[in-house]
Design a protein around this ligand. Sequence first.
Ligand SMILES: [Zn+2]
Ligand SMILES: [Zn+2]
Length: 484
Amino acid sequence: MEKEDFIYSCGKLDNDCIFVDLHIHSRFSRACSKDLNIPNLVKWARVKGLGLLGTGDFTHNEWLKEIKQLREDNGIYWYNPSSSFSNDENSKIPDKSEEKGEFPFILSSEISLVYTNNGKGRRVHLVYLAPNLEAVDKINAWLDTKGRRDYDGRPIFKISCRDFAAKMEEIDKRIEIIPAHVWTPWFGIFGSKGGFDLLKDAFEDKYYMIHAVETGISSDPEMNWKIKDLDNLAIVSFSDSHSFWPWRLGREATIFKLKDGEKLSYDGIIKQIRENSFIGTIETDPCYGMYHFDGHRNCNFSCSPEETTKLNGICPVCKKGLTVGVEYRVEELALKSKADHKNKKCYYKLLPLHEIISLGLGIGMNSKGCWKIYNELIDKFGKEFNILLNISREEINKTIQNELISDLIILNRQGKIEVKPGYDGTYGKAIIGEKEVENASSSSDDNENSTIVDENIKAENKISKPIVNQVSSFKKRDLQKRLF
Ligand SMILES: [Zn+2]
Ligand SMILES: [Zn+2]
């Protein structure tokens, strides 16, 4: 089937479908706003149209204290907006949501594992979900024997992927581990800088515990379907948002479905991940991600994988090794020329509504003009996903009286907005012809760790290496042997 068929094949979604974002962060993670609290997450999740969030950061004690105020039912933690909650000081943002009932969370967190394996430095981010607070307390007690977890919502530990998985299994078999933004160079499990070539190499005898991987913003399912190693796994998408703003939260998400009369439960959601039976995903254009292309941010130079090969991996500006992005790395590990994954899901390719309005107006996303149109649309049609996916051009234009933006919203729905690829920690930019729109806040709520690269890792990168020469046919042959 052609790519286009897949984008639309989710069809009209039923009311019992829920948009879910399980990879987010709290204000206790680096580069996050101090207003990133539970009431604001709930407020903006509802505006976006999300029906379930991960709590993020359950290894951080301050954040965990707040999570512990939620009402538990079947492994789902419910926030009640009318309860007096310790951190709702951000009342200056108008709540556009009609809904005032309880909002559900699943216990989730992210860990950064930095260690040496087979003589190579590995740096891997894993998202993991826990069935209850008892499991979380056990995880935290174990981590305390290994190091500190109070300095960052996403702490770093010198533990291998394999040992981490083994301990999670021992604590509770229902804990779900999902390798995060698997292709990003610095911290993806397949990343060009500190990753592995195969999941089995990372998880060894605990490989069977992995049921799903997260695509990250810089890759989409299409790219991941080329990877033989992922054939039997689910491909999920979450935002990794460091902000509650609707151009970050839920910009990527996974669509789950509840059966007739099924109550939301931890086990039900995990079952859909493990059985790969959820509906599909919401994806941004992979070019939108910070690491789609290769390049050097400081040299203001970016290029495609083909060009990188021609350049022998060396930046023509500073003569040092380029930061090799996601597309290059996917091609390196792809053993199939066709994307023929065994269990393809439909996905929607969508940029956030703010991005589209900003493109139409030629001003930043967090500007007054952008918010004015956004608020008009939300007032009229409720949820952002409803506007992005369902509302007709006529109805949109009647509301905002802006032909260009109305057209752009429909083009976005068709996956036809052009994006200039991001590279080396710089977001991609939506474009119409020559027109380009600056991202409103590309560094303040960083994703995919652009500014969180440790100093010593940066230092390591300064050593000029002809990376591309190492991409040998030998590696491909070695992978072929092990997989087929
Ligand atoms: Zn991460
Ligand atoms: Zn350079």
